[in-house]
Design a protein around this ligand. Structure first.
Ligand code: SF4
Length: 72
């Protein structure tokens, strides 16, 4: 099962992830993105969202391995 991690120290609140996958991300009141439900969006689209993050705050994991870019 895919897991989304957001580095809140890196997230700058651009909202790109919410644009690409609104079922899986939301912008919280603190201005940072939060994960809603990783399973609500197809994995390929989650990868687009991760790659579209301007600060690289999003990573995707499966069974303890990072899957959005190959290497951690
Ligand atoms: S795309 Fe990246 S920087 Fe923008 S809100 Fe989402 S996690 Fe934060």
């Amino acid at each position: 099962m895919i897991e989304i991690r957001i580095d809140k120290d890196v997230c700058m609140g651009s909202g790109n992830c919410v644009f690409w996958a609104p079922e899986s991300f939301e912008l919280a009141d603190d201005g940072h993105a939060e994960v809603l439900d990783a399973r609500a969006t197809a994995e390929e689209r989650l990868k687009v969202a991760a790659e579209g993050c301007p600060t690289g705050a999003i990573s995707l994991w499966s069974d303890g391995e990072r899957v959005d870019r190959g290497e951690p």
